[in-house]
Design a protein around this ligand. Structure first.
Ligand SMILES: [Zn+2]
Ligand SMILES: [Zn+2]
Length: 96
């Protein structure tokens, strides 16, 4: 399995300089980890199996370099893998 190759490589910890960008939304719904509610920022990037690094939420989980579709995304904060679609908080609906 090469599932864990898609790993977070950007800044995971809160950076005071980036606080005002915390509300970044690529499209529509808020994005957060279904498990710990961590919210990715534009500066956060993930690495594909092809070694390309990009923000997976800007492309809906598709690597722009090799077109691989990643159906699960790992949270850099709690290290939990969740379905990419579950990261999109449509309606502020609690997941538990
Ligand atoms: Zn998390
Ligand atoms: Zn790739």
């Amino acid at each position: 399995m090469t599932l864990h190759v898609l790993r977070h490589v950007g800044p995971a910890l809160d950076d005071p300089r980036l606080v005002d960008k915390a509300r970044w939304r690529p499209r529509g719904p808020r994005i957060r980890c279904p498990h710990c509610a961590w919210e990715p920022r534009r500066e956060d990037t993930w690495a594909c199996a092809c070694l390309h690094e990009w923000n997976t939420f800007e492309t809906g989980g598709v690597c722009p370099a090799c077109q691989r579709q990643w159906v699960e995304t790992q949270c850099p904060k709690c290290d939990t893998w969740s379905k990419h679609l579950e990261w999109y908080a449509d309606d502020e609906t609690p997941t538990t």
